[in-house]
Design a protein around this ligand. Structure first.
Ligand code: F6R
Length: 258
């Protein structure tokens, strides 16, 4: 571990809730508070968003706040963490499809403010495309808030084991555990893409606020490692322990082994 990678346990910010429902509502309200704060300041809220099972209930609560408590998303700019490569945006396993279904179609966000890695580009264009995605995030002044789930192998975004601190948006090879976990959505392993575009560890770590959320017993082992094992690229989520702006939001089952 290098000197710059000392975990700072004083600032380690753990929020424990007794179940997934309470943890999700808590996270949704943190996001809503940021959006409202930025509205008061006349500014945009730049959100880094995740897909997967973990954020679904958060997005439902944000939709409820929009419909019942007039939370507006007019000042919100979003950048999604990742997308399978290649996949069509109309494929119901694409993260574009997911985000429209679970959030964007039900709120008043301006479609021009939505950014999700588009992976229909040819392999020759990928690195240009990834540079452009990074440049767009930078143009908005970076991410105000990054919402993260965690893979059972410790990935954040699709920054799989071996991803470095310096990594930025790029094409990645998906880890066997990640592809295995995706079988529930794609039906068979053969159908699960082998690659994805993911924003990098460096991109994530520059976010002004990071919420890492883990729910359920199947995340308890990796959460224990993310919080307690040596900081290394073998478990990319351990890099977050070097940052003061990370909050870990866990339900009781996910926190069982910490
Ligand atoms: C999704 C993403 C992944 C997931 C992680 C957990 O955009 O970047 O890192 O957050 O694989 O997935 P779930 O929430 O389905 O357990």
């Amino acid at each position: 571990m290098s000197a710059s990678l000392q975990p700072n346990f004083k600032v380690r910010n753990l929020t424990l809730r007794s179940n997934a429902e309470e943890a999700s509502v808590y996270a949704a309200h943190k996001i809503a508070d940021l959006i409202k704060q930025k509205q008061k300041e006349g500014k945009a809220a730049v959100l880094g968003l995740a897909t997967g099972n973990t954020p679904i209930r958060i997005y439902q609560e944000l939709i409820r706040l929009h419909k019942s408590e007039s939370l507006s998303f007019q000042n919100v700019i979003t950048f999604n963490l990742d997308e399978y490569y290649p996949i069509s945006t109309t494929n119901n396993q694409s993260y574009t499809y997911f985000m429209n279904q679970y959030l964007f179609d039900q709120i008043d966000i301006d479609p021009q403010n939505i950014h999700i890695p588009h992976t229909e580009c040819s392999i020759a264009m990928v690195s240009h495309y990834c540079g452009d995605y990074e440049a767009k995030i930078a143009k908005y002044g970076g991410l105000d808030l990054q919402l993260l789930g965690i893979g059972r192998n410790g990935h954040i975004g699709f920054n799989e084991p071996g991803s470095t601190l310096e990594s930025t948006t790029r094409l990645v090879n998906l880890h066997p555990i990640t592809r295995d976990d995706a079988i529930e959505n794609f039906g068979t392993l053969e159908n699960v893409p082998e690659q994805a575009i993911s924003i990098g560890i460096q991109t994530i770590m520059k976010a002004k606020m990071i919420l890492l959320m883990a729910l359920g017993a199947r995340k308890s082992e990796i959460i224990s490692k993310a919080l307690n094992s040596q900081i290394s690229s073998e478990i990319p989520a351990t890099f977050l322990r070097t940052l003061p702006q990370v909050e870990y939001i866990l339900d009781r089952e996910a926190a069982a082994l910490i």
